[in-house]
Design a protein around this ligand. Structure first.
Ligand code: HEC
Length: 184
């Protein structure tokens, strides 16, 4: 009996850990400003994964990791995708090769619902990119492949610069090695 209780407690503890991990599997809902502890801020972009460090009621304290080059933070060392741009003086924690940005955000700007986060981008993608062929599966290409393909296709779809960067962020974030990493 005592063993059973012990086992149950161990299992509950494990479940607790998993539930926590899932709860922290969240992303930035739309381009926004992350408020740092020192009054400085950083621009962070839609779809960027984050860890919720602390629930502050209406706001959450979050951690975002990446590789820093000057004031720009990328998801990889090869600068595949810009995930944040920091103010002069924004303090970052160095963690091995990576840096960690800590700051607060309104809870409404954090979501685990990827379908909801990307729904407008997806709509725009199908509108712009299915005029000549069926919409290619976004996660069938890597970030680098999308960068290359997009060079030609943005001209084909007659996108202006703003539309192009909006769509390219969607494609890269949802690519096979993207921020979402969903491989169907
Ligand atoms: C005006 C017509 C047209 C539009 C609009 C268009 N494409 Fe294409 N697309 C093509 C043609 C033609 C090809 C095949 C020839 C080529 O690869 O250049 C192609 C090929 C592709 C391929 C396959 C390339 C490969 O190497 O596997 C992808 C992926 C793609 N398009 C994505 C897009 C995306 C994303 C958009 C929207 C931004 C888009 N296309 C808009 C005409 C178009």
């Amino acid at each position: 009996m005592r063993n059973l209780v012990k086992k149950s407690i161990a299992i509950l503890a494990l479940l607790g850990i998993f539930a926590q991990v899932n709860a922290q599997d969240s992303f930035i809902y739309q381009d926004t400003i992350l408020k740092g502890e020192d009054g400085k801020s950083a621009k962070v972009y839609v779809g960027v994964p984050l860890l919720i460090v602390k629930d502050l009621g209406k706001e959450v304290k979050v951690s975002i990791k990446g590789y820093i080059f000057g004031d720009e933070v990328y998801n990889t060392k090869t600068k595949d995708l810009l995930i944040a741009k920091i103010d002069n003086g924004f303090k970052v924690n160095k963690k091995d090769e990576q840096v960690e940005l800590i700051g607060t955000l309104s809870k409404e700007l954090v979501s685990a619902d990827l379908g909801d986060i990307w729904s407008e981008h997806e709509e725009f993608y199908f509108e712009m990119c299915t005029q000549c062929h069926a919409g290619p599966e976004v996660n069938h290409h890597t970030m680098m492949e999308w960068e290359a393909i997009f060079g030609t296709m943005k001209g084909f779809a007659k996108l202006d610069e703003e539309e192009a960067s909006y769509l390219l962020r969607y494609l890269k974030s949802n690519s096979s090695d993207g921020l979402v990493k969903t491989k169907h």
